[in-house]
Design a protein around this ligand. Structure first.
Ligand code: F6R
Length: 613
């Protein structure tokens, strides 16, 4: 939510900042702005709209300067508008600030500042920060970094900020709590961004700031970092692991489509070095030391949001089937606020693509406080969740830029399957023949996904049929219930067609009332598990004139006869069906959204990295 970027050095700042905004536009896209430090003043250009609107707005204006900051916004406090766009100025227009996060005590601070005579020009919570910094800077006779530190010690909430000032025109001041800040090192230059994607074109050498740390960046000077409590800290420089071509569309019309097509590779990458079929070995380096802890756990609690939560539901089936340890899956946002019972011998697994989701981070902190072991499954290396957990395994899906999560889901399920297999083998409860078969089958999944992707044209035809409806129901049982939830989420978030995912057998307890000839029902009806029961559920839909779009195993006969449209997927083990069955549902949602004229990569009201509650 919101992307921030800063540059100071000897290059022109503006092109670097704008490119950085484009790279991070997935984090928010309702307004954008830039502040450039000129020789005599700080200039701010900002407007409602996308980064391209900002570029148009800046045409013909003075965009010179070697130091600047820029912001792309996802509104929390105050509607998207020119005034609410960042950067925000101090009253004397000498200091400018950008902010990602939420200042929870902004009303109290705002009232106090208004009483002191400060005038607010926006409805944002962020604006209190700049006036507070300005006030401390002037009245407490301290320099700007110290004013920033003292101001941050008064705020409650989350922040990633960058501040520039005309009084120190070659310095960026940045700080974080709860929202990411990455500092990039060039030759006599510094970069700052919410995300490595904005830096990687210029440098791979980075430092990840920790919560409640403030960094002062002046080219020629070493990085200095202090905590809000005024303690000096040192950081070691790390290498960022993103390549530029991962951040481009590579000939695809949308990032989402590219990412759907990347899945044979991203699933294989998630298994690389972890699955050795010849030796029948499954091992995840990141959790080796925690295998005993997991196997002796009283419970495994999976916490996540959105698509990652759906992957967690598949994980529940995998773990309970293969290692017979009770698993609970919770929305992180519910878990953190409902005073959950957490035992010290519980293991909590947090799943997150971005590694920055605020609710998931808060759930982790709660679990840690209660003494549980906390493991992570994250995609973004060095992300807050990856660092907050005791240990974990990365998904290695590569950067996911389309707002709708696709390859992250299949990679998460792959890692969960690897974990379950590895633990099952270690526990010694799984017959070797079965284990070997599951290992071999998992290795074949990328090529089966490849086969499914060849069906793109026929899935497009089904999309053409679905695009005219305003509702859809997705049904599945057992392993396929999370797939139904995920398929429905994909459709609604990018096409804005209302869709519900339901356990197929639950349909008769309510949703069946919705069924008529205007209700397409997507059923995941693969041949294992409760196949016959699902066939009965389909009969119930047909009897009420509902239209059936089914996902079946190759060679299916019964469901095909009952279906209006059919998508075949290759035969596989029941536990791997979620990986295969989710792929055609991603394509279906994608094509419906394109046909409805939606902005597929940047659906309305959404942002990729949900760093606010
Ligand atoms: C849906 C989607 C979201 C995310 C959710 C969690 O397509 O992208 O539902 O899955 O916001 O995000 P992460 O996995 O980054 O914690």
């Amino acid at each position: 939510m919101c992307g921030i970027v800063g540059y100071v050095g000897n290059k022109d700042a503006y092109p670097i900042l704008v490119k950085g905004l484009y790279r991070m536009e997935y984090r928010g896209y309702d307004s954008a702005g830039v502040a450039l430090v000129h020789s005599d003043k700080v200039e701010v250009y900002k407007c409602q709209g996308r980064v391209k609107d900002l570029e148009t707005f800046c045409e013909g204006k003075d965009i010179s300067g070697n130091c600047g900051i820029a912001h792309t916004r996802w509104a929390t406090h105050g509607e998207p508008s020119n005034q609410n766009a960042h950067p925000h100025f101090s009253s004397d227009r000498k200091i400018a600030l950008i902010h990602n996060g939420i200042i929870e005590n902004h009303l109290v601070l705002r009232d106090a500042l208004i009483k002191q005579g400060y005038e607010f020009t926006s409805d944002t919570d962020s604006e209190v920060l700049i006036h507070l910094i300005e006030d401390i800077n002037k009245n407490e006779n301290v320099d700007l970094p110290e004013a920033v530190r003292l101001a941050l010690s008064q705020v409650q909430g989350t922040y990633a900020i960058i501040v520039v000032s005309i009084d120190d025109p070659h310095t960026l001041i940045t700080a974080r709590k709860g929202s990411p800040v990455i500092i990039g090192f060039g030759k006599d230059e510094y970069y700052v961004a919410s995300d490595g994607s904005a830096l990687v074109e210029y440098t791979k050498k980075v430092v990840y700031l920790n919560d409640e740390e403030i960094a002062v960046l002046t080219p020629g000077n070493d990085l200095t970092v202090k905590t809000v409590k005024n303690k000096r800290v040192s950081h070691y420089i790390q290498q960022i692991q993103i390549s530029l071509d991962q951040l481009e569309k590579g000939g695809y019309e949308h990032f989402m489509l590219k990412e759907i097509y990347e899945q044979p590779r991203s699933i294989a990458d998630s298994m690389r070095g972890r699955l050795n079929v010849k030796k029948d070995v499954v091992s995840l380096g990141g959790i080796v030391e925690y295998e005993d802890r997991l196997l002796s756990a009283r419970r495994i609690i999976i916490v996540a949001c959105g698509t990652s939560y759906h992957a967690g539901l598949v994980g529940e089936h995998l773990f309970e089937d293969l290692i017979r340890i009770p698993v609970e899956v919770e929305y992180a946002s519910e878990f953190r606020y409902r005073n959950p019972i957490i035992y010290e011998d519980d293991v909590v697994i947090a799943i997150s693509q971005s590694g920055e989701t605020a609710d998931t981070l808060a759930a982790i902190e709660l679990a840690k406080k209660k003494g549980a072991t906390v493991l992570g499954i994250c995609n973004v290396v060095g992300s807050s969740i990856a660092r907050a957990t005791d240990a974990g395994s990365y998904t290695h899906a590569g950067p996911e830029i389309g707002v709708a999560s696709t390859k992250a889901f299949t990679a998460q399920v792959t890692v969960l399957a690897l974990m379950a297999l590895c633990l099952a083998n270690r526990k010694g409860k799984i017959p070797q023949k079965r284990y070997k078969k599951l290992v071999e089958e998992l290795e074949s999944i990328p090529s089966k996904v490849e086969t499914i992707l060849k069906d793109n044209e026929s899935i497009k035809q089904i999309a053409n049929y679905m695009k005219d409806f305003s509702n859809a129901l997705y049904l599945g049982r057992n392993y396929n219930y999370p797939v139904a939830l995920e398929g429905a989420l994909k459709l609604k978030e990018i096409s804005y067609i209302h869709a519900e995912g339901y356990p197929a057998a639950e349909m008769k307890h309510g949703p069946i009332a919705l069924i008529d000839e205007d209700m397409p029902v997507v059923v995941i009806a693969t041949n294992k598990g409760s196949y016959e029961k699902v066939v009965s559920n389909i009969q119930e839909v047909k009897a009420r004139k509902g239209k059936i779009i089914s996902i079946v195993s190759e060679g299916d006969v019964d469901v095909k006869k009952l279906s209006d449209y059919v998508i075949e997927i290759p035969e596989t083990e029941e536990m791997y069906v979620p990986i295969l069955a989710s792929v055609p549902l991603q394509l279906l949602a994608y094509h419906v959204a394109v046909m409805c004229g939606r902005d597929v990569d940047r659906p309305r009201n959404l942002a990729k990295s949900v760093t606010v509650e």
